[in-house]
Design a protein. Sequence first.
Lengths: 115, 111
Amino acid sequence: DQQVKQNSPSLSVQEGRISILNCDYTNSMFDYFLWYKKYPAEGPTFLISISSIKDKNEDGRFTVFLNKSAKHLSLHIVPSQPGDSAVYFCAASARESSNTGKLIFGQGTTLQVKP
Amino acid sequence: KAGVTQTPRYLIKTRGQQVTLSCSPISGHRSVSWYQQTPGQGLQFLFEYFSETQRNKGNFPGRFSGRQFSNSRSEMNVSTLELGDSALYLCASSLATGEAFFGQGTRLTVV
């Protein structure tokens, strides 16, 4: 039962353009969402998060949008840089209802930014 | 501020053996979670400890266990290793239920 889904295994964009990574979830108890960036053989690096009481959160080149009715979130990277090339994971948590730090991860999307 | 530290970075064990992995969280963080990453299954939650108590557990067999000490450091133990236990084991720490920060991971290979 995949509660968090990233349906695009890979994405390729040109340097300077926008990268849009998508994530869908099924559990309506999820109230906190995070995006992580990961390089091979390293731990995930936290990028940005959003609480379910918001629909947008911005941090520099990274913006996360949350559509609760559609159970969908997306990560926008503008402008994309070659150093952004990595695997991006979407994660969700039901922290208010379960008082836990447990994260459910999507399968990841490999982003390639071409110079 | 030091990040999450996991030791060892790499480990090779034989089937049937047991292994203990260690995690030192960010100073002040009381929640420590463990995840297993494999190519086929992605990042899977193992368990979470908060103030020395297991607060949550994933769907892994009893061969996987953990504990947390009073200084928030955590250990994970896998007994009777199987080939399928080969994976990258990641530890993450957080203040309580907020952003989780991950260590570099321990790459376990079972032969």
